[in-house]
Design a protein around this ligand. Structure first.
Ligand code: FE2
Length: 253
């Protein structure tokens, strides 16, 4: 007499065959654009548009991985931009520049501090990065001599900036700024605050910004913030820092 397979056996066979045929999740992200393509800037409804990047999401690898870059730009930064626009469109703050919003942020609703700060800070962060980073500023740049004068040497600046970035507790930013007396200063801020804001202790014109929120590095570096900070120094655009340094110096004259 022929045996009927038990229900358990049938389910086991179905389950095994389902596992076998299930496609694996690819290691790379299907939505990421191909290497070499500069991503489209997400469109915003309001005056504060997303900046177009000068490089693809892949361009900063292996220092900053493409997946982190994509989420950081398209989700985090675009989220700040969207919320900032929603906070100003049709309201009493419409028409104010981003810098003006930052300078008197204590007078505005918290959304301006959090999301306006997030929008401003990330705009600067992307501009500070380049796939062609040398790891140090070229000697012909004025900022190179200014860093030597202020901190003793570029190496000493790098160490001090890295230590500040490492010691910022929780989420925040590390900055190189030109302060009100024309001095180069390293400072840090919490959350999405920045040195333009009237709520921070050390104010000045931001020249270099490093995002130390975990969303900036956790996928690739997990808890190793120091490794991420070291990687940041491989992709700094010192020509851009120079431009900001020259403009900030000129504005004081
Ligand atoms: Fe960020």
């Amino acid at each position: 007499m022929r045996k009927t397979p038990s229900i358990l056996a049938v389910f086991t066979i179905i389950a095994l065959s389902a596992c076998a045929s299930k496609p694996r999740t690819p290691a790379t992200t299907p939505e990421a654009p191909p290497s070499g393509q500069i991503p489209q800037a997400p469109e915003m409804k309001g005056p504060f548009q997303m900046p177009r990047l000068d490089y693809s999401f892949f361009a900063l690898e292996p220092h900053f991985d493409a997946r982190t870059m994509q989420i950081h730009y398209e989700k985090h930064h675009a989220g700040y931009a969207k919320n900032l626009n929603e906070a100003v469109v049709g309201g009493p703050l419409a028409g104010l520049s981003l810098e003006d919003l930052m300078r008197e942020v204590s007078r505005h609703p918290a959304v301006i501090r959090n999301h306006g700060g997030g929008y401003y800070n990330h705009n600067l962060f992307w501009k500070n990065l380049t796939p062609d980073g040398r790891g140090f500023p070229c000697r012909k740049l004025a900022i190179a001599g200014a860093l030597d004068a202020a901190f003793g040497s570029f190496e000493k600046f790098r160490e001090a900036f890295s230590a500040a970035a490492a010691s910022r507790f929780g989420s925040g930013w590390a900055w190189l700024i030109l302060d009100g007396e024309g001095k180069l200063v390293i400072t840090t801020t919490a959350n999405q605050d920045n040195p333009l804001m009237d709520v921070v202790e050390t104010r000045g014109t931001p020249l270099l910004a490093l995002d130390v929120w975990e969303h900036a590095y956790y996928l690739h570096y997990q808890n190793r913030r120091a490794d991420y900070v070291a990687a940041f120094f491989r992709v700094i655009d010192w020509e851009e820092v120079e431009r900001r340094y020259q403009a900030a110096t000129k504005a004081r004259e």
